[in-house]
Design a protein around this ligand. Sequence first.
Ligand SMILES: Nc1nc2c(ncn2[C@@H]2O[C@H](COP(=O)(O)OP(=O)(O)OP(=O)(O)O)[C@@H](O)[C@H]2O)c(=O)[nH]1
Length: 409
Amino acid sequence: MEIVILAVVIAVVVIGALGGLVIGSRKKKQLPPQAPSGTPTITAPSAEPQVGDEAETPRDEPRRTIEEVELPLVDPSASAPVVEEPVTEPAAPEIETPEPTAGRLVRLRARLSRSQNALGKGLLTLLSREHLDEDTWEEIEDTLLTADVGVAPTQELVERLRERVRVLGTRTPDELRTLLREELIALLGTGEGADFDRVVKTESGLETPGIVMVVGVNGTGKTTTTGKLARVLVADGKSVVLGAADTFRAAAADQLQTWGERVGARTVRGPEGGDPASIAFDAVKEGIADGADVVLIDTAGRLHTKTGLMDELGKVKRVVEKHAPLDEVLLVLDATTGQNGLVQARVFAEVVDITGIVLTKLDGTAKGGIVVAVQRELGVPVKLVGLGEGADDLAPFEPEAFVDALIGE
Ligand SMILES: Nc1nc2c(ncn2[C@@H]2O[C@H](COP(=O)(O)OP(=O)(O)OP(=O)(O)O)[C@@H](O)[C@H]2O)c(=O)[nH]1
């Protein structure tokens, strides 16, 4: 009996040991292969629950009702790659630095090429003929008249030139050129006789800003000239307020404002079709309040033949002068319109006291002689000349530089 019990115990032990071996070998086969030591491995997190993971939400967590559960917000653009725009400040209008005004006429001399050929070269060719006979002098006269110098100034010039050539016995082309130069400069109002002050008066000499008003017929270049003049003044270190009293042409105020913004000058404007006198008045008021150096007032183009419009111009002047007297009234004349400009000049001068002339579009005409004629007509100096559409194509008028540009140095 004892032997039987012993045999049963041994059998149980043997079976148990065998069973353990089999399970152990199975377990060993399931182990993943070991990574070679020393090589870093990057593994994805196991999808299977790991040690410490909760199998399910613990029962003691407060339960949420369906109303309390918030669905994740779905952004339709979320799938598209988000390109972040760099945050930029709204660009301030760029303030330009205008060209200095000194010597502009010399720089722009080539723009006078049409007048140069018709007037300057024409005269020099005639004067260099072997015999300066009666016919030649007549041709010289014709050349001057064609270039719009005007009858009286032409006769004067030819007479003086003839006399000097006769007395001095001048013959060489160089000497003749020198004589012509001197006589043309004299005709333009320097040297003997009238010596015009050509400086645009922008200083009032009072506490108030200098006030400049720009007048003329339609399309002569008033707004452009006002804008160019603002640049000239800013270049000279002055602060400028612009008055857009041209309420007649829709785009004029915008055009003026754009000119102003380019150099940091403020524009006072009113409603389209509004009262130009009240805008001019406000512009000067603003200029005084701002402590500006100069107020430039652009007026609407008006036909000199329309009495009502001319009366309106007189009113603008009177209203502005409730603040302070006008320092400068510039009449803008289009040089390409020739003698018609003289008629306009006469009528404008009756309504407002013209103190200076701006001759525009001299780059587009062979009739540079109009400078002489218009000064004679009004007894008022040409102060500025327009020689192109560019922002800095407005030059102070200097007779010597002008004549040199016409006949070549
Ligand atoms: N070639 C040339 N063109 C010029 C000159 N001055 C002005 N202009 C041009 O002339 C045209 C008319 O100029 P504006 O300044 O608008 O004329 P405006 O007198 O103010 O016109 P209104 O307000 O209608 O009376 C524009 O195309 C200017 O660019 C110049 O000196 N040379």
